[in-house]
Design a protein around this ligand. Structure first.
Ligand SMILES: [Zn+2]
Length: 413
């Protein structure tokens, strides 16, 4: 083991000097190193200090695995005296402060976790999945510390379930940049108030021009009280979902009231009724024509839904309003209770529904943020706790590019 210089070069251990190397059970290599040329600096100000003493115990940092070996760097940091900050532990050039992983390991870990599940990344990095999850959480917390939201003008508020639908989290999007800016536990008013009270300043709140959310009173209430100047837009996809549910309610009522032979005709209707007119096939049209004769009530509900889709095509708010008025009248005349309920909801929130027409704002804007969040959730086959889920969201669609926070010279893959 004579040529430590070659080892340092081979492993690209820049800015450090290799002083020893040992192999251990379980495929572990420990490399003793020390900072080379740029050591003895104060971590606060970067100034060189005088060495007070060498720490008696070694610390180790996990580095990138090489050739099937897990690699650890070993070093006993020195204490230095800084003229400004007094007695401090010297800055470790290859690692973030207090971290137990090297910067280049951190970078690769973050990149892997953006591309694959944590389990797969853990296998490639030769660590236990629970260790990786812990490292990831620390890294993201460290990189996001002190980060402030900037230039938020259009925000979206959405809820998402996790842990097999038992728990909820509230997401806040920046709809202009298509990023998630905040994640909070729960879905009620207290959760969203936490965002407006603790995260945004009064100045930032005044700068919000439009806010998009579903029909929940908690979110609407929070937006109108914290950002009275913002235009409230009800998320189009939530309205469509409520419409579909109303149609399905009619279908279920009819199903319950039918006998066996009638049920045969109603079979397989559910997804057809959900379908948007643009994706309807000829066969679907035939089924719907048969339905007109077979079950008037379901047909009537479906017709109303089909007509309602036109609302989103309008460009002028006054025309959309006129359409909505006519549509509501015919929906009320249908004598279908779920439809009447839907109309009541739309009337209650009419300005928010019509706000879509001139803002064209939805929470599914851009890359389809909520779709990506759902992919993250499914890829990990659900999360039991919010914090690993939040880590993955911040890493994949957060407003801060986390891997980019690591200095360029450490970004080796
Ligand atoms: Zn200092």
């Amino acid at each position: 083991m004579a040529n430590f210089k070659t080892i340092a070069k081979l492993l690209k251990l820049k800015g450090m000097k290799v002083t020893g190397l040992s192999f251990h059970h379980g495929g572990v290599v420990r490399i003793a190193v020390k900072p080379f040329k740029n050591g003895c600096r104060c971590p606060e100000c970067g100034r060189r200090g005088t060495i007070v003493r060498q720490r008696p115990s070694f610390r180790q940092w996990r580095d990138l695995p090489v050739g099937g070996w897990s690699v650890f760097l070993l070093y006993a940091p020195r204490e230095v005296h800084c003229p400004t900050h007094g007695r401090v532990e010297e800055d470790i050039p290859w690692s973030a402060r207090e971290a137990r992983i090297t910067r280049r390991y951190e970078y690769v870990m973050l990149r892997y976790c953006q591309m694959m599940t944590q389990k797969a990344a853990a296998a490639l990095l030769r660590v236990a999945p629970s260790t990786l999850s812990d490292q990831l959480h620390r890294s993201i917390a460290r990189r996001r510390e002190g980060h402030r939201i900037r230039g938020l003008r259009t925000l979206g508020i959405d809820e998402i379930s996790y842990c097999k639908g038992h728990k909820y989290a509230t997401l806040v999007y920046d709809l202009e940049r298509s990023v998630v800016v905040w994640i909070g536990r729960g879905k009620g008013r207290t959760t969203i108030d936490e965002f407006f009270d603790n995260v945004l300043s009064a100045y930032q709140k005044a700068k919000v021009q439009a806010a998009c959310c579903d029909m929940s009173e908690a979110y609407i209430g929070a937006i109108t009280s914290h950002c009275p100047g913002a235009k409230l837009v009800l998320d189009r996809f939530h309205i469509v979902k409520a419409m579909n549910e109303a149609v399905d309610e009619v279908r279920k009522e009819q199903w319950r009231a039918s006998d066996l032979t009638e049920r045969k005709a109603l079979k397989g209707l559910r997804w057809l009724l959900y379908r948007h007119s643009a994706t309807r096939t000829k066969r679907d049209t035939r089924t719907l024509n048969a339905l007109e004769r077979g079950n008037r009530r379901i047909y009537r509900a479906w017709r109303l839904k089909d007509e309602f889709e036109q609302l989103w095509e309008y460009k002028a708010p006054w025309a959309a309003e006129r359409f909505l008025k006519r549509w509501s009248t015919s929906a009320l005349r249908s004598r279908l209770a779920p439809m009447r309920k839907f109309v009541a909801m739309i009337r209650r929130h009419q300005p928010g529904v019509l706000a879509f027409v001139d803002t064209r704002l939805t929470n599914a804007i851009g890359e389809g943020l909520n779709r990506i969040v759902k992919i993250i959730k499914n890829r990990a086959s659900g999360f039991r706790d919010l914090s690993p889920f939040a880590d993955m969201i911040y890493l994949s669609v957060g407003d801060l590019d986390i891997p980019a926070q690591i200095p360029k010279s450490f970004r080796t893959v």
